[in-house]
Design a protein around this ligand. Structure first.
Ligand code: ADP
Ligand code: MG
Length: 720
């Protein structure tokens, strides 16, 4: 193994950057060239067919069989022209990955390429092995995929991928996308209704998302020499390097050349697929980077994020690199998140979170702004559950990520605006736009001029014209948090509208009614607002006083999906029924168990087969040396001292692992998945992981570097 380590380090150090060729100097020449979406349909379909398809996409309506046939014919022609031989329905099962099943366009009976509208619209993949949380028994293995025309199709190798939802034949969602689409419809409807108070021309509100994706890149040989990384995506052992991120010199520093070449190539691939990646930079930790596309409609942005992660994995491989999306691949080094920048934008082009210089528009802004804070306050536990995963548990609450407490940061200016609005009692409207003067909050117009407030520690921060949900994990399918967020916002907006309407019905002037309800919401949700350092211990104490939930571990965090409040809100908009929520939790708990189980096994294997034998060998060397010293009459007490320390750590590792294995045997007998997940969390992970790791990492410091079998942190993080 030590040999493997050294040959891997050597291999990694000797590789050269592979800079890609570009099809053209201008991205615009090839942007979207391997994707088939609205622009391609417009170019290839007869105008009246295109009009129908576009209408259906915008309104979320069913496309007629005739139009579907026309689209199928167009996409087939486009596919064949582009060297595509197969097609697949591409879907996002609850495993967190994407799935596909390829069929050939070639029809051997007729001897020609065929593709009918019906094959485009619906398929029945033999996907019975995907988790369904008991909704779909394998014997009735009927689930089907249905085309989502709002997300572009794309070329992947020689296959046409068709974004689809995946549902059981009784209509229950088996994937991430189906509920997401329903949540987006709900928030559109609710937001549009509220917008009508201000502008009758608003007929649609689209939720937008821009994901800032963090990731690590390490050499492939080094990755392959770490069984823990290969098996679980994170290192279960490894002493922090002498040079960590203390110097902060990696942040915005120059990008290593091999990584730079990799970035150029994956960006190019993304551009061809129509994924608008724009920014790239180093992150705080060594070997950590970030990529962000321009924001898009949430559904498309979600598909694009999944696709981009796939592209990155594949391109990295060509560069003999491995990209890591796990939330915490390295202890004591920054974890990996995926900031979800989110806003609501009207069909008239207004970003509802954009403060403006006109008082009337600012009331619109304040309406959406305050309702968002209120929704986060009301449903903080659901948001927490939506980002829960075993990987993210390692990151939340560690030093560089927001804790499991959901709070909202809005900056000092907006804080004073809300405070002002809250404390003013008898509001009287004089004339139109002067209302804010009367409110004493004439400062509002300045908001856009100076919004430089930044609080990097907040899990949910307002950043000028959008909210940024930062607690999302790097490996997550953002469809889950986006489903939760957009559903709770829809609910909050609908409740808001009901209250305002009730006041109007009692004769209150519309704007006064709106202000009344906003003031109430500001008061009610005040506790969720926090401007301080979210990483501090004080905040944990303070949050508890305020009654904010702080659920640290995934198994318990998931309970929030099954409360009465949650079932009500998700079923009200048909996003997820009680049965679907239960099924999902089953899957998420099972998934959690599997992840912790794998880590625990990998830990045991590495400890017993690699670490202990190496440590014992080294211990023998020291014993020989100590004996030799004694023979020639030289003091050997320091050797003896080291030997006894090593013995202590070897015992620590061995006992820890053996006890953990016994505990696992006990826990594995538990049937109920929630209970089992909780046991895996507390009786295995929390009880043993750190303890075993402590001893292993100490041994790494003692044992001769020549003999140590596992690739070290400094090698993984600094060799590329
Ligand atoms: P930051 O200053 O936080 O790095 P950027 O302006 O670089 O912010 O944007 C980060 C991400 O937020 C990008 O993906 C960007 O497209 C997205 N973004 C910007 N404005 C919006 C918006 N109104 N709605 C959703 N996402 C947005
Ligand atoms: Mg940001």
């Amino acid at each position: 193994m030590a040999n493997l380590r050294f040959s891997a380090v050597q291999e990694a150090g000797s590789r050269q950057p592979q800079f890609p060729e570009f099809p053209s100097n201008k991205v615009s020449d090839y942007f979207g060239s391997t994707s088939f979406g609205v622009p391609q349909m417009q170019a290839m379909l007869a105008p009246e067919v295109y009009k129908e398809v576009k209408y259906c996409i915008d309104k979320g309506k069913k496309i007629s069989p005739d139009a579907a046939n026309a689209v199928a014919a167009a996409v087939k022609a486009w596919a064949i022209e582009n060297g595509i031989t197969h097609y697949t329905h591409w879907f996002q099962p609850l495993t967190g990955a994407t799935a596909e099943k390829h069929d050939s366009f070639f029809d051997s009976i007729s001897g020609i390429e065929k593709f009918k509208g019906s094959a485009l619209v619906q398929q029945e993949p033999d996907a019975s092995s995907f988790p369904s949380g008991g909704i779909r028994q394998t014997f009735e293995a009927r689930g089907y995929t249905a085309w989502d025309p709002s997300s572009p199709m794309f070329k992947w190798g020689t296959t046409l991928c068709i974004p689809t939802i995946f549902v059981s034949y009784t209509g229950e969602a088996l994937d991430v996308k189906a509920p997401l689409l329903k949540a987006l419809e709900a928030v559109d409807k609710a937001a549009t209704k509220v917008c009508k108070y201000f502008d009758r021309n608003i007929s649609k509100v689209t939720a937008s998302l821009g994901c800032e994706q963090e990731y690590f890149v390490i050499d492939k040989a080094l990755f392959n020499a770490r069984p823990d990384l290969v098996m679980s995506g994170r290192t279960v052992f490894g002493h922090a390097p002498a040079r960590g991120q203390q110097l902060d010199d990696h942040y915005f520093g120059s990008i290593p050349r091999r990584v730079y070449a990799f970035m150029q190539e994956f960006e190019q691939e993304c551009h061809k697929l129509g994924i608008p990646v724009t920014t790239r930079h180093n992150e705080v930790a060594p070997s950590q980077f970030e990529v962000a596309p321009l924001f898009e409609e949430v559904n498309v942005a979600t598909d694009h994020n999944m696709l981009m992660m796939d592209v990155m994995r594949r391109v990295a491989d060509r560069h003999e690199l491995t990209v890591l999306f796990h939330e915490k691949p390295f202890a004591e080094i920054n974890g990996t998140g995926k900031h979800n920048n989110w806003s609501l934008i009207t069909n008239t082009g207004v970003n509802l979170f954009q403060p403006s210089s006109s008082a009337r528009e600012n009331l619109l802004f304040l309406t959406f702004f305050v309702n968002t804070i209120a929704a986060v306050h009301r449903y903080a536990d659901i948001l927490r559950a939506s980002i829960a995963s075993s990987g993210n548990d390692f990151r939340l609450g560690a030093n560089e990520a927001p804790p499991a407490i959901i709070s909202v940061f809005i900056g000092s200016q907006l804080t004073s605006v809300l405070d002002e609005l809250e404390s003013h009692g008898n509001v009287k409207i004089e004339k139109g736009d002067n209302m804010y003067m009367k409110l004493g909050i004439d400062k509002i117009p300045e908001i856009i001029l100076d919004n430089t407030d930044r609080n990097r520690t907040s899990p949910f921060a307002f950043t000028g014209n959008k909210f940024e949900f930062r607690a999302v994990g790097g490996n997550a399918n953002v469809g889950l948090p986006m489903t939760a967020l957009n559903t709770i916002i829809a609910k909050q907006l609908n409740d808001f509208k009901e209250e305002v309407d009730a006041l109007i019905a009692k004769g209150k002037e519309k704007r006064l009614a709106i202000i009344d309800v906003l003031r109430k919401l500001i008061k009610e949700s005040k506790n969720v607002r926090f401007e301080g350092d979210n990483y501090s211990e004080d905040w944990v104490v303070e949050a508890e006083k305020r009654g904010l939930p702080n659920v640290k571990d995934t198994p318990e965090a998931l309970d929030a999906f099954l409360t009465k409040k949650s079932i009500e809100v998700f079923s009200e908009y048909n996003v997820l029924s009680e049965r679907e929520l239960e099924a999902r939790n089953e899957i998420l708990w099972e998934n959690y168990i599997m992840k912790v189980q794998i880590e625990s096994r990998v830990m045991g294997d590495l400890a017993l087969n690699h670490v202990i034998p190496t440590a014992v060998k080294y211990q023998m060397k020291l014993i020989d040396a100590a004996k030799g010293l004694k023979e020639i009459g030289v003091d050997n007490s320091s050797n003896v001292n080291v030997i006894s320390k090593i013995t202590e750590h070897i015992d620590g590792v061995k006992n820890g692992v053996l006890d953990m294995i016994e505990e696992r045997k006990r826990v594995n007998k538990i049937e109920d998945s929630r209970e089992k997940a909780i046991e895996y969390c507390h009786s295995i992970k929390h009880k043993y992981f750190d303890k075993i790791r402590y001893h292993v990492d100490k041994l790494e410091l003692f044992v001769d570097d020549e003999d140590w079998p596992l690739v070290k942190y400094r090698e993984m993080l600094f060799v590329h």
